[in-house]
Design a protein around this ligand. Structure first.
Ligand code: SAH
Length: 352
């Protein structure tokens, strides 16, 4: 049997059993080709249509603080970058973002930020109450890094519904190459398990093509995601930021990111899978191609315009045009051009 047929059989196995062995993951990822990708994307779309039809869920992303106590080597808002303007949105600015978003049809708001010690449990709780009281029909997602089990419990008790915390990379040695010594893969993964146990709809994920990443690392990521069985999985290409130690590293590719999106759709048929901002940032049709590879979520930027440039995780991050909430009409027409439609709905995960 030639290699294409061998790998096609692995995709069929993934489609029917939702599981592969480590060596099968590595063979598939290392041996991928445009022809194999086409085969994969066809199946991924079929699975996505079975569970989510042609609906696309949108999330209004509010980047509410870019202060961060961490020093992740890839991230532009790391604490030792002195060249960015630091900001925190006030509660009324955040509520204004929600008001605008609600009017435009958003029914999920995502509060994302650096790990900002200003946001104690008490402050987060009051923010969560303020949003959930005004928008009880909306889901609220937090993406604010690692917190203690107790803190996560408080935030869930206050009414937050979902939590995004990418594991970034499962392998401890690889994790250590991307993060300062104060952070560990084990702590990150423990936090994810806590979030799930507490009852959050939980999202994890990783960067594609991060420095030093191997195919075996990616196999570990897929095996971890299978074990965790998250409600959401966010992946996007690593993109260098000029003010970080990784400024000269190569970006992850569109092609590998799309392939992994397709694999994730087959691995976890009901997972919420975003076509991420990073994917849209490396290619003009990145978002559309992500949807055609099996993704079903888009997270336009709802942050006030004047802070968008300061939330600079990586260079040339999209925040305007179809990537922005004001560009929703454009996004809608881009999606209908490829046969999909944006819906006004909370868009809860079908994963139990
Ligand atoms: N502080 C929060 C939110 C981080 S920003 C947390 O720790 O979860 C959200 C995601 O952006 C990160 O999880 C990371 O995967 C991604 N990111 C950060 N820097 C990036 C870069 N240079 N290229 C691509 N993605 C990046």
């Amino acid at each position: 049997m030639n290699e294409y047929n061998t790998l096609k059989k692995l995709i069929d196995k993934l489609y029917s059993s939702h599981s592969l062995l480590r060596e099968e993951w590595t063979a598939l990822i290392a041996g991928r080709s445009p022809r194999l990708s086409e085969y994969l994307f066809c199946l991924a779309r079929k699975v996505r249509h079975q569970h989510y039809g042609r609906d696309i869920y949108i999330r209004g992303l509010i980047e509410f603080t870019n202060y961060c106590r961490n020093d992740c080597l890839y991230c532009g808002i790391r604490k030792s970058n002195p060249h960015i303007h630091r900001y925190r949105l006030s509660e009324s600015e955040i509520l204004a973002c929600c008001r605008q978003g609600y009017k435009e049809g958003f029914r999920t708001f995502v509060l994302q930020g650096g790990e900002d010690s200003f946001y104690t449990d008490t402050r987060m709780e009051s923010l969560i109450h303020a949003i959930k009281n005004r928008y009880p029909d909306c889901a609220l997602t937090l993406s604010i890094g690692e917190r203690s089990t107790d803190s996560c419990r408080h935030l869930f008790g206050a009414g937050a519904d979902r939590y995004l915390l990418r594991h970034e990379t499962y392998d401890a040695a690889h994790y250590a190459k991307l993060h300062p010594a104060s952070l560990s893969a084990a702590a990150r993964q423990k936090c994810l398990r806590d979030l799930k146990d507490i009852g959050f709809q939980t999202g994890t994920g990783f960067m594609v093509g991060s420095p030093y990443q191997t195919v075996d690392n990616l196999a570990s990521d897929m095996l971890f995601i299978q074990r965790l069985n998250p409600h959401m999985a966010g992946i996007g290409p690593f993109i260098p930021h000029h003010d970080t130690p990784f400024s000269k590293q190569k970006a992850g590719t569109l092609e590998l990111t799309l392939f992994l999106l397709g694999l994730l759709r087959l691995l976890l048929p009901r997972v919420l899978l975003p076509a991420t901002t990073a994917l849209g940032s490396i290619h003009p049709y990145g978002r559309e191609l992500g949807i055609l590879a099996g993704a079903n979520v888009i997270m336009p930027n709802l942050s006030p315009r004047h802070v968008r440039d300061s939330y600079s995780l990586y260079d040339n991050k999209l925040s305007t045009g179809a990537e922005s909430a004001e560009g929703l009409r454009l996004l809608k027409s881009q999606m209908s051009a490829i046969g999909y439609h944006i819906v006004t709905a909370r868009g809860d995960s079908l994963v139990h």
